[in-house]
Design a protein around this ligand. Sequence first.
Ligand SMILES: C[S@@+](CC[C@H](N)C(=O)[O-])C[C@H]1O[C@@H](n2cnc3c(N)ncnc32)[C@H](O)[C@@H]1O
Length: 256
Amino acid sequence: MMLASGWRSKEGWNCRRHRPERALTLASTSWDEEFSDFYDEWSSDETADVPFYVGLARESSGPIVELAVGDGRVAIPVAEATGRPVVGIDSSPAMLERARTRAAAAGVQLDLRLSDMRNLDLDEQAGLIYCPFRALLHLPTWGDKRLLFERVAASLRPGGRFAWNAFAFDHQRAVGFEGGHFETPVPHSVTYDVPDNRVDMKLDGGGTSSLWWATKNEWLGLLDVAGLEVEALYGDFDRTPLTAMSREYVFVAGAP
Ligand SMILES: C[S@@+](CC[C@H](N)C(=O)[O-])C[C@H]1O[C@@H](n2cnc3c(N)ncnc32)[C@H](O)[C@@H]1O
């Protein structure tokens, strides 16, 4: 299913015509609202990514957009560091409410929008679009990810950047985690569906969050079909190169 049609000129990507009648609904997302209640604990170990995305934001010019902004964990420091508002898109009303409260307490401006990121449609093309904490993996199929990458390509100004991180799937680690119950950061269990490339995290208190992993070459293929160019692929937020031991893909791509 195509959401949008686009074309490319010498000047770069033009905004694609959007077909709102085919817009995806919020019901098709894979983040149960119960996770929002435990998000502080759930994200408490996630800190190394903040300076990385802040650094990219400082280098950018033009609008800054965070996809799947959640509670503003990254967007708030980005807005503080740059003195610029951040457009934050998320499909969870509860997470956006948390972001609103936290932004007000921090005294920064976030432009929060309730929407599925696959429907990304900006008034003004962005200088930086980023998606932390593996949130692109909430999109189930390669086709879903392709729609998103096409929307990102259409939404970036020439020379603009797209950055995200995602875990590098490791069969041995998955075997170790499969069916396990973990007390931290919040009591939950983990199950894998390898044929579907999916891991489900189920909170003891109810609520499931599912992630669909992708290989390095799938990510590169997504950039290729969207007409974006890889600028860097790191194995961690400290910008060390990707190796066989890396657990994370940290991508920075550019719009021509
Ligand atoms: C792990 S949180 C990441 C939040 C934030 N970016 C951070 O780094 O802390 C995942 C977020 O993705 C959002 N999400 C999941 N699927 C989405 C979709 N299709 N469109 C927009 N947001 C989505 C969820 O509502 C949730 O807020």
